[in-house]
Design a protein around this ligand. Structure first.
Ligand SMILES: NC(=O)c1ccc[n+]([C@@H]2O[C@H](COP(=O)([O-])OP(=O)(O)OC[C@H]3O[C@@H](n4cnc5c(N)ncnc54)[C@H](OP(=O)(O)O)[C@@H]3O)[C@@H](O)[C@H]2O)c1
Length: 258
Protein backbone atom coordinates (compact mmCIF):
# COMPACT_ATOMS: atom_id res chain seq x y z
CA UNK A 1 0.00 0.00 0.00
CA UNK A 2 1.52 3.28 -1.08
CA UNK A 3 1.79 6.26 1.27
CA UNK A 4 1.69 9.86 0.08
CA UNK A 5 4.08 12.17 1.93
CA UNK A 6 2.62 15.39 0.55
CA UNK A 7 -0.12 16.57 2.90
CA UNK A 8 0.70 14.05 5.65
CA UNK A 9 1.04 14.81 9.34
CA UNK A 10 4.19 13.16 10.64
CA UNK A 11 5.63 12.52 14.07
CA UNK A 12 9.39 11.93 14.28
CA UNK A 13 11.18 10.76 17.43
CA UNK A 14 14.78 11.79 18.08
CA UNK A 15 14.29 14.65 15.65
CA UNK A 16 16.98 16.99 16.96
CA UNK A 17 19.96 15.55 15.08
CA UNK A 18 21.16 12.91 12.68
CA UNK A 19 18.68 10.74 10.81
CA UNK A 20 15.69 12.20 12.67
CA UNK A 21 16.55 15.78 11.74
CA UNK A 22 17.06 14.64 8.14
CA UNK A 23 13.52 13.27 8.15
CA UNK A 24 12.07 16.54 9.45
CA UNK A 25 13.84 18.58 6.77
CA UNK A 26 12.88 16.26 3.91
CA UNK A 27 9.28 15.87 5.10
CA UNK A 28 8.95 19.65 5.00
CA UNK A 29 10.59 19.83 1.57
CA UNK A 30 8.21 17.16 0.24
CA UNK A 31 5.11 19.02 1.38
CA UNK A 32 4.10 17.48 4.69
CA UNK A 33 1.27 19.53 6.22
CA UNK A 34 2.63 19.26 9.74
CA UNK A 35 5.58 17.64 11.48
CA UNK A 36 5.64 16.87 15.19
CA UNK A 37 9.37 17.02 15.77
CA UNK A 38 10.05 15.43 19.13
CA UNK A 39 13.26 15.40 21.17
CA UNK A 40 14.25 14.55 24.72
CA UNK A 41 16.37 17.66 25.36
CA UNK A 42 14.21 20.76 25.82
CA UNK A 43 16.98 23.08 24.64
CA UNK A 44 16.78 21.59 21.15
CA UNK A 45 13.05 22.31 20.69
CA UNK A 46 13.24 26.02 19.71
CA UNK A 47 15.69 25.21 16.90
CA UNK A 48 13.33 22.54 15.58
CA UNK A 49 10.30 24.85 15.69
CA UNK A 50 12.32 27.51 13.86
CA UNK A 51 12.76 25.19 10.86
CA UNK A 52 9.20 26.10 9.85
CA UNK A 53 7.10 27.86 12.52
CA UNK A 54 3.93 27.23 10.51
CA UNK A 55 4.34 23.50 10.11
CA UNK A 56 6.68 22.22 12.84
CA UNK A 57 5.32 21.48 16.30
CA UNK A 58 8.26 20.73 18.59
CA UNK A 59 7.43 18.53 21.57
CA UNK A 60 9.46 17.12 24.45
CA UNK A 61 9.67 13.35 24.26
CA UNK A 62 12.07 11.01 25.95
CA UNK A 63 10.82 7.84 24.31
CA UNK A 64 11.51 5.81 27.46
CA UNK A 65 9.23 8.06 29.56
CA UNK A 66 5.68 6.72 29.55
CA UNK A 67 4.16 9.99 30.83
CA UNK A 68 5.75 11.94 27.97
CA UNK A 69 4.70 9.30 25.45
CA UNK A 70 1.10 9.60 26.63
CA UNK A 71 1.22 13.41 26.55
CA UNK A 72 2.60 13.47 23.00
CA UNK A 73 -0.02 10.99 21.79
CA UNK A 74 -2.76 13.08 23.40
CA UNK A 75 -1.46 16.22 21.64
CA UNK A 76 -0.78 14.70 18.21
CA UNK A 77 -4.27 13.51 17.32
CA UNK A 78 -3.90 14.25 13.59
CA UNK A 79 -0.86 12.03 12.91
CA UNK A 80 -0.86 9.90 9.75
CA UNK A 81 2.86 8.96 9.69
CA UNK A 82 4.86 7.78 12.72
CA UNK A 83 8.64 7.61 12.28
CA UNK A 84 10.21 5.77 15.22
CA UNK A 85 13.79 6.94 14.85
CA UNK A 86 15.24 7.63 18.33
CA UNK A 87 17.83 5.08 19.29
CA UNK A 88 21.08 4.46 21.13
CA UNK A 89 24.01 2.14 20.37
CA UNK A 90 24.66 1.42 24.05
CA UNK A 91 27.43 2.34 26.46
CA UNK A 92 30.58 4.20 25.46
CA UNK A 93 32.47 1.45 27.28
CA UNK A 94 33.12 -1.35 24.77
CA UNK A 95 32.68 -4.23 27.21
CA UNK A 96 29.28 -3.03 28.42
CA UNK A 97 27.76 -3.58 24.96
CA UNK A 98 28.68 -7.27 24.99
CA UNK A 99 26.86 -10.29 26.34
CA UNK A 100 29.50 -11.85 28.59
CA UNK A 101 32.09 -9.10 29.04
CA UNK A 102 29.55 -6.61 30.40
CA UNK A 103 29.66 -6.03 34.17
CA UNK A 104 25.89 -6.62 34.19
CA UNK A 105 23.06 -6.54 31.67
CA UNK A 106 22.00 -3.06 32.83
CA UNK A 107 23.19 -1.34 29.66
CA UNK A 108 21.69 -4.04 27.44
CA UNK A 109 18.37 -3.51 29.22
CA UNK A 110 18.56 0.26 28.55
CA UNK A 111 19.27 -0.41 24.87
CA UNK A 112 16.33 -2.81 24.77
CA UNK A 113 14.10 -0.23 26.47
CA UNK A 114 15.12 2.57 24.10
CA UNK A 115 15.50 0.70 20.80
CA UNK A 116 12.69 -1.87 21.08
CA UNK A 117 10.11 -1.37 23.83
CA UNK A 118 9.87 2.42 23.40
CA UNK A 119 9.12 2.38 19.64
CA UNK A 120 6.70 -0.47 20.25
CA UNK A 121 4.89 1.61 22.88
CA UNK A 122 4.75 4.49 20.37
CA UNK A 123 3.19 2.15 17.81
CA UNK A 124 0.59 1.04 20.37
CA UNK A 125 -0.32 4.68 21.11
CA UNK A 126 -0.28 6.00 17.55
CA UNK A 127 -1.69 3.11 15.49
CA UNK A 128 -5.25 3.86 16.70
CA UNK A 129 -4.69 7.55 15.90
CA UNK A 130 -3.49 6.79 12.38
CA UNK A 131 -6.43 4.46 11.81
CA UNK A 132 -8.88 7.09 13.13
CA UNK A 133 -7.41 9.56 10.64
CA UNK A 134 -8.20 7.28 7.73
CA UNK A 135 -4.91 5.41 7.53
CA UNK A 136 -1.26 6.17 6.89
CA UNK A 137 2.08 4.62 7.77
CA UNK A 138 4.31 3.45 10.60
CA UNK A 139 8.00 3.56 9.80
CA UNK A 140 10.37 1.93 12.27
CA UNK A 141 14.03 2.78 11.85
CA UNK A 142 15.68 -0.53 12.67
CA UNK A 143 19.20 -1.26 11.37
CA UNK A 144 20.88 -3.70 9.03
CA UNK A 145 22.48 -4.87 12.30
CA UNK A 146 19.14 -6.49 13.15
CA UNK A 147 19.74 -9.21 10.56
CA UNK A 148 22.97 -10.53 12.11
CA UNK A 149 24.94 -10.07 15.30
CA UNK A 150 27.50 -7.27 15.29
CA UNK A 151 29.68 -8.61 18.13
CA UNK A 152 31.10 -5.19 19.09
CA UNK A 153 27.53 -4.01 19.83
CA UNK A 154 25.69 -7.23 20.41
CA UNK A 155 23.15 -5.66 22.81
CA UNK A 156 22.21 -3.29 19.95
CA UNK A 157 21.75 -6.21 17.53
CA UNK A 158 19.57 -7.97 20.12
CA UNK A 159 17.31 -4.92 20.53
CA UNK A 160 17.09 -4.16 16.81
CA UNK A 161 16.35 -7.79 15.93
CA UNK A 162 13.54 -7.71 18.49
CA UNK A 163 12.24 -4.47 16.97
CA UNK A 164 12.30 -6.08 13.50
CA UNK A 165 10.18 -8.95 14.79
CA UNK A 166 7.81 -6.59 16.62
CA UNK A 167 7.43 -4.62 13.39
CA UNK A 168 6.39 -7.79 11.56
CA UNK A 169 3.85 -8.51 14.30
CA UNK A 170 2.40 -5.02 14.02
CA UNK A 171 2.21 -5.39 10.25
CA UNK A 172 0.20 -8.59 10.64
CA UNK A 173 -2.18 -6.97 13.13
CA UNK A 174 -2.74 -3.99 10.82
CA UNK A 175 -3.02 -6.07 7.65
CA UNK A 176 -6.74 -5.36 7.27
CA UNK A 177 -6.30 -1.62 7.93
CA UNK A 178 -5.05 1.05 5.52
CA UNK A 179 -1.74 1.40 7.37
CA UNK A 180 1.62 0.67 5.72
CA UNK A 181 4.00 -0.81 8.31
CA UNK A 182 7.60 -0.42 7.17
CA UNK A 183 10.80 -1.65 8.77
CA UNK A 184 13.90 0.26 7.72
CA UNK A 185 17.14 -1.72 7.67
CA UNK A 186 19.47 1.25 7.64
CA UNK A 187 23.25 1.24 7.18
CA UNK A 188 25.89 3.86 6.55
CA UNK A 189 24.44 7.27 7.39
CA UNK A 190 26.80 10.00 8.58
CA UNK A 191 25.67 10.90 12.11
CA UNK A 192 27.01 11.08 15.66
CA UNK A 193 26.32 7.35 16.06
CA UNK A 194 28.47 6.40 13.08
CA UNK A 195 31.11 9.12 13.48
CA UNK A 196 34.02 6.69 13.85
CA UNK A 197 32.95 4.36 11.06
CA UNK A 198 35.26 4.73 8.05
CA UNK A 199 32.88 3.00 5.60
CA UNK A 200 31.13 5.11 2.93
CA UNK A 201 28.14 6.99 4.29
CA UNK A 202 25.29 9.05 2.88
CA UNK A 203 23.78 12.11 4.54
CA UNK A 204 20.69 11.99 6.77
CA UNK A 205 18.80 13.95 4.09
CA UNK A 206 19.74 11.43 1.38
CA UNK A 207 18.65 8.62 3.70
CA UNK A 208 15.31 10.34 4.37
CA UNK A 209 14.75 10.81 0.63
CA UNK A 210 15.33 7.09 0.06
CA UNK A 211 12.99 6.02 2.87
CA UNK A 212 10.18 8.42 1.97
CA UNK A 213 10.40 7.38 -1.70
CA UNK A 214 10.16 3.74 -0.59
CA UNK A 215 7.08 4.52 1.53
CA UNK A 216 5.55 6.19 -1.50
CA UNK A 217 6.26 2.98 -3.45
CA UNK A 218 4.55 0.95 -0.72
CA UNK A 219 7.69 -0.94 0.37
CA UNK A 220 7.51 -2.76 3.70
CA UNK A 221 11.19 -3.80 4.04
CA UNK A 222 13.43 -0.86 3.22
CA UNK A 223 17.22 -1.17 2.82
CA UNK A 224 18.47 2.39 2.94
CA UNK A 225 21.76 4.21 3.42
CA UNK A 226 25.17 3.14 2.11
CA UNK A 227 25.72 -0.58 1.77
CA UNK A 228 22.52 -1.93 3.35
CA UNK A 229 21.37 -3.90 0.32
CA UNK A 230 24.90 -5.24 -0.29
CA UNK A 231 25.14 -6.50 3.30
CA UNK A 232 21.69 -8.11 3.02
CA UNK A 233 22.78 -9.89 -0.18
CA UNK A 234 26.15 -11.00 1.24
CA UNK A 235 24.36 -12.46 4.28
CA UNK A 236 21.83 -14.29 2.11
CA UNK A 237 24.56 -15.86 -0.06
CA UNK A 238 26.41 -17.53 2.85
CA UNK A 239 25.23 -16.73 6.41
CA UNK A 240 28.01 -18.67 8.17
CA UNK A 241 30.76 -17.09 6.08
CA UNK A 242 29.23 -13.70 6.89
CA UNK A 243 29.19 -14.47 10.62
CA UNK A 244 32.80 -15.69 10.45
CA UNK A 245 33.88 -12.45 8.74
CA UNK A 246 32.34 -10.38 11.54
CA UNK A 247 33.92 -12.56 14.24
CA UNK A 248 37.35 -12.19 12.63
CA UNK A 249 36.88 -8.40 12.44
CA UNK A 250 35.87 -8.40 16.12
CA UNK A 251 39.26 -9.92 17.05
CA UNK A 252 41.50 -8.11 14.58
CA UNK A 253 39.98 -4.69 13.80
CA UNK A 254 36.89 -4.08 15.94
CA UNK A 255 34.42 -1.30 15.26
CA UNK A 256 34.72 1.65 17.60
CA UNK A 257 31.90 3.93 18.70
CA UNK A 258 32.05 7.63 19.39
N1 LIG B 1 23.74 6.25 11.44
C1 LIG B 1 23.62 5.03 10.91
O1 LIG B 1 24.40 4.65 10.01
C2 LIG B 1 22.54 4.10 11.40
C3 LIG B 1 22.56 2.77 10.93
C4 LIG B 1 21.55 1.90 11.35
C5 LIG B 1 20.53 2.35 12.16
N2 LIG B 1 20.55 3.64 12.62
C6 LIG B 1 19.44 4.04 13.50
O2 LIG B 1 18.98 5.33 13.16
C7 LIG B 1 18.39 5.96 14.30
C8 LIG B 1 18.98 7.36 14.46
O3 LIG B 1 20.38 7.24 14.70
P1 LIG B 1 21.43 8.34 14.23
O4 LIG B 1 22.44 7.66 13.40
O5 LIG B 1 20.75 9.55 13.72
O6 LIG B 1 22.12 8.63 15.64
P2 LIG B 1 22.33 9.97 16.49
O7 LIG B 1 22.85 11.05 15.63
O8 LIG B 1 23.07 9.54 17.69
O9 LIG B 1 20.83 10.37 16.89
C9 LIG B 1 20.09 9.60 17.78
C10 LIG B 1 18.86 10.40 18.13
O10 LIG B 1 18.06 9.63 19.04
C11 LIG B 1 17.79 10.44 20.17
N3 LIG B 1 17.54 9.64 21.36
C12 LIG B 1 18.32 8.70 21.95
N4 LIG B 1 17.71 8.22 23.05
C13 LIG B 1 16.52 8.88 23.15
C14 LIG B 1 15.46 8.83 24.06
N5 LIG B 1 15.48 8.02 25.15
N6 LIG B 1 14.37 9.62 23.85
C15 LIG B 1 14.34 10.46 22.78
N7 LIG B 1 15.33 10.58 21.89
C16 LIG B 1 16.41 9.78 22.07
C17 LIG B 1 19.02 11.32 20.32
O11 LIG B 1 18.75 12.42 21.17
P3 LIG B 1 19.95 13.24 21.93
O12 LIG B 1 20.46 14.24 20.94
O13 LIG B 1 19.25 13.86 23.09
O14 LIG B 1 20.99 12.22 22.34
C18 LIG B 1 19.21 11.71 18.87
O15 LIG B 1 18.30 12.70 18.47
C19 LIG B 1 18.70 5.04 15.50
O16 LIG B 1 17.56 4.26 15.80
C20 LIG B 1 19.82 4.16 14.97
O17 LIG B 1 19.89 2.92 15.61
C21 LIG B 1 21.53 4.51 12.27
Amino acid sequence: MAFLVEGCTALVTGANQGIGLGFVEVLLARGASKVYATARRAETLPGLAALDPERVVALALDVTDDGQRQAVAAAATDVTLLINNAGIPGSDIDAERRMLAASSLADARLVMETDCWAPLEMCRLLAPVIKANGGGAICNIISIGALFCVPEVSSYSVAKAALAMATAGIRAELDRDPVLVAGVFTAGVKTRMSAKNADPQCTPAEHAEQVLAALEAGEEDIYSGEGAAALRDELARDPKAFERRLIERFYTDPLTLS
